[in-house]
Design a protein around this ligand. Structure first.
Ligand code: 9MR
Length: 452
């Protein structure tokens, strides 16, 4: 599509002001990964570095980054009960098998996630009415079947997930209400029997710092150990908010380690209010670095796993409207400052903070049932451009049909827009915008724009 002028140009300022925007830094620090992959840096510190993954995405760049950078994979959804047994007695192991095979092919561990939870259970299970004996048998069979299927191939299982309320009382799940608190001990015992080599974890969120919930978890682990129940580790999910890494994180990791169990950071992400900017991305880097450093400081903190490595594969934006950009790579697989935060805490080379930058902000303007108008504004501060190229990847099948004030092409999901002959120059302190029409269906998430 050639650039053309359009009356829509006059609406650009309004569109920019009114829509969610996502920006990306153009700077040396953001554009290149550290020399050593995270998995190698982690290995030198005795840490496994992992990511949650979606099986269907494990090809192309997503697969390349997952394989190159990480030494452990956690299926984000594929091993949950609702995924593997959607109808009673009807199993679907396709995605779980695919992830395990990918991990084996790339010398990676797998964290199994998760056997006993109150979410993402099949309707036949949650809608049924079960006697305690029957419910107990269902749970045991589930654990036997799933753990048995992957026996010898799973390094660690999140056996029980999210058992506690914020105040440290037990969450009133179908398991707790049907079976009492010993569903936890029984699940661990059955998992051990099904795969004696797998490390068995209890996993939860909001237990990163010392608080009522983490203390309840601590007391449970202590009592399980005292009773001889098999428990090898505690998973701290670490779904964090920008600037809110608990000050007691390392102390908390250490107190669990002192009970004689391993600790894993199992689902790390750090969400921010959109759009990202250089200050937020710098803060996020510091947060990732602080969490990684706390794990590095405690020998028994054995695994640091991020909950999706790219902003195009994160649960955050759909769960917290207006928040996102929570992972170490942007949606175009460029490592963000957060990536360097992890790398530096693992002993990788330090990257100088960017001095000046040009950023690109993507905005959806008006949107109707099949189409939308969008625009991108490129702004420079402490830097300038004499020409520009903006690229992004659409995650939901959107297609550009027309562009103005830029020459845009789309190949597959990848859009590339270069400046028109008259607007390549973006001075320090100035900005340039271009607009486009595009089609969409289903959903229309904003991509992250990369400048190059
Ligand atoms: O990442 C998962 C997302 O795709 C699912 O829609 C969601 C449903 O509950 O679960 C997400 O993963 C969760 C994990 O299994 C347990 N801890 C919280 C995670 C984020 O919700």
């Amino acid at each position: 599509m050639r650039s053309s002028s359009s009356p829509a140009r006059t609406r650009l300022a309004a569109l920019v002001a009114g829509a969610a925007t996502v920006g990306a830094l153009l700077s040396g620090a953001a554009a290149h990964a550290a020399d050593s992959p995270l998995r190698d840096l982690g290995a030198a510190k005795g840490k496994i570095v992992g990511t949650a993954v979606t099986g269907s995405k494990l090809t192309g760049t997503y697969g390349d980054v997952a394989a190159a950078q990480f030494s452990s994979l956690t299926p984000g959804n594929a091993m949950k009960w609702g995924s593997v047994e959607p109808s009673q007695g009807v199993f679907d192991w396709t995605e779980a098998d695919q992830i395990v095979a990918f991990a084996q092919a790339h010398g990676q561990q797998v964290r199994g996630h998760t056997l006993v939870w109150h979410n993402q259970n099949p309707n036949w299970l949650t809608g049924g009415s079960w006697t305690p004996d029957r419910l107990s048998t269902l749970l045991r069979n589930h654990i036997d079947t799933e753990v048995g299927r992957y026996k010898g191939r799973i390094a660690a299982w999140d056996v029980v997930n999210e058992a506690f309320n914020e105040d440290g009382t037990y969450r009133p799940t179908l398991w707790y209400q049907g079976l009492g608190a010993d569903y936890i001990a029984n699940a661990l015992t059955w998992a051990r029997a099904a795969d004696p080599a797998a490390k068995l974890y209890i996993n939860d969120y909001n237990v990163e710092g010392v608080n009522a919930k983490s203390t309840a978890l601590y007391d449970l682990v202590r009592s399980l150990k005292a009773r001889g129940v098999p428990i090898d580790g505690v998973g701290l999910q670490a779904h964090l908010v920008l600037g809110q890494v608990p000050s007691t994180l390392q102390q908390n990791i250490q107190r669990f380690a002192d009970l004689g169990v391993d600790v894993a950071i199992t689902e790390l992400d750090v969400r921010m209010t959109l759009p990202p900017d250089s200050a937020k991305l710098a803060r996020q880097k510091a947060d990732y670095q602080a969490v990684t450093a706390a794990c590095v400081a405690v020998t028994r903190c054995v695994n640091l796993t991020v909950w999706g490595f790219t902003d195009s594969d994160s649960w955050v934006e759909s769960t917290f409207p207006g928040e996102g950009a929570a992972t170490p790579y942007d949606a175009n697989y460029a490592p963000k400052p957060a990536y360097h935060g992890i790398a530096e805490a693992l002993g990788g080379a330090t990257t100088p903070p960017p001095t000046g930058a040009c950023t690109a902000a993507y905005a959806v303007g008006s949107q109707w049932n099949t189409g939308f108008t969008g625009n991108v504004t490129i702004s420079c501060s402490g830097a300038a451009l004499s020409s520009w190229k903006a690229t992004w990847t659409y995650g939901a099948g959107q297609r550009i049909t027309q562009a103005w004030n830029a020459d845009c092409t789309q190949s597959g999901a990848t859009v590339t827009c270069v400046n028109a002959p008259y607007n390549g120059s973006v001075p320090d302190g100035g900005s340039v915008s271009f607009g486009f029409n595009a089609s969409w269906s289903g959903s229309n998430p904003a991509p992250t724009v990369t400048l190059g």
